[in-house]
Design a protein around this ligand. Structure first.
Ligand SMILES: *Cc1c(COP(=O)(O)O)cnc(C)c1O
Length: 385
């Protein structure tokens, strides 16, 4: 029978609502069992020990596999657990090329942990095709991308990187946290493995930590499954259930939050205090063309510059709606100050080179009324001037 394919708006509901066969309960049950009774030692049942798999996590793993148009999904305790497990498919002596705008935790993992096991790396500016081509070595096995990047929203041309990497027999791994599968499907663009910090948009409520991996190739899927079970950083059943709950509203949240972000970005461009707005959904943004051909919108995260650290300090004191914290992708708006938060460890020269200037604020736009969000920033700007 032909596999039925529905729109994402249907799949986020359909894949997360699995009536229980015995009771008819519409939601998957939270199976609080570490072990499963076996009837026969010659033939084990589908589940035996919960690290290897359990009914609640299975529903989540099938859901994310379907949403990303992959074959297998894997759920982990955090985004970093998912990323570590994915990168440990590499062997001693292998080399990985990464975008220099990679998430800080991934940078730390590669430069301080994986090196200890003989996995070598090169960071490149993926906006520079020549730099990428020059970085390949005989032992390059993976090109690791993250698009749009944090916090300057640089966009990587996914199809182009895939073409170059595959010509060098290297796989492409993509961190799809900022877009989620409802805005961007890297596997459809040729990527081999997708990772998520599901802590962000997929869960969507600043309530849990979680990570996901999706593969489409059977062999790669087997390797990830082996490592998930061997290393054991799996997601617990209660958090699996909460993540399923979050996914149900993913499509509606991403659409509304992206629309809010675009409107806020357009408004910010008009403000005298704002010297720069980074948002790939803006038609005049350098990244707009590439973003438009591979994603449905610019997403819900933007950043903007208001000139100085002092201005940022005052803004943070004056705003009444967004929460000031690290993290992003929640129903509530969240602002952060990358130079002193996510990118505090980077040396100032390099930070400035990457556009993470002293007046930069990252804004993860939530579901609040856009007029309220604008008015809130306006009153704060008025106090700075
Ligand atoms: C937060 C984040 C991670 C790490 O995820 P955790 O769930 O915090 O471990 C990885 N990549 C990106 C893009 C992130 O924003």
């Amino acid at each position: 029978m032909a596999k039925e394919v529905f729109s994402d708006w249907t799949e986020v509901i359909k894949t997360t609502t699995k009536p229980d066969k015995e009771s008819g309960a519409v939601n998957p049950s939270i199976q609080m069992s570490s072990t499963f009774e076996q009837r026969d030692f010659d033939r084990f049942g589908k589940w035996d020990y919960a690290r290897s798999g359990n009914p609640t996590r299975d529903v989540l793993e099938e859901s994310i596999a379907k949403l990303e148009h992959g074959n297998r999904g894997f759920a982990f305790a955090t985004g970093m657990a998912a990323i570590s497990t994915a990168l440990l498919t590499l062997n001693q002596g292998d080399h990985v090329i990464l975008t220099k705008n990679v998430y800080g935790g991934t940078f730390r993992l590669v430069t301080e942990v994986l090196v200890k096991y003989g996995i070598d790396y090169t960071f490149v500016d993926l906006g520079n095709e020549e730099e990428l081509r020059a970085a390949f070595q005989d032992n390059t096995k993976v090109v690791y991308i993250e698009t749009p990047s944090n916090p300057t929203l640089q966009v990587t041309d996914i199809r182009l990187v895939v073409e170059i990497a595959h010509a060098h027999q290297a796989l492409v791994f993509a961190d799809n946290t900022f877009m989620t599968p409802v805005l961007q499907k890297p596997l459809d663009l040729g990527v081999d493995l997708v990772v998520h910090s599901a802590t962000k948009f997929l869960a969507g409520h600043s309530d849990i930590l979680a990570g996901l991996v999706v593969t489409k190739d059977e062999e790669l899927g087997k390797q990830v499954y082996f490592l998930q079970n061997a290393m054991g950083a799996t997601l617990g059943v209660s958090d699996s259930w909460l993540l399923l709950r979050g996914i149900k509203t993913l499509a509606v949240r991403m659409e509304k939050e992206s629309a809010n972000a675009l409107e806020l970005a357009e408004w910010l461009e008009q403000q005298p205090l704002v010297t720069k707005v980074n948002y790939p959904g803006l038609k005049n943004d350098d990244n707009y063309q590439v973003q438009a051909k591979q994603a449905k919108s610019g997403g819900a995260v933007l950043s903007f510059d208001i000139g100085s650290e002092d201005n940022v300090r005052q803004l943070i004191k004056e705003v009444k709606i967004p929460i000031f914290s690290v993290s992003l992708g929640a129903v509530e708006s969240i602002i952060s100050y990358p130079p002193k938060m996510s990118h505090a460890e980077m040396n100032p020269v390099e930070r400035h080179e990457r556009g993470i200037t002293d007046g930069l604020i990252r804004y993860s736009v939530g579901l609040e009324d856009i007029e309220d969000l604008k008015a809130d920033l306006q009153q704060a700007f008025d106090k700075i001037k």
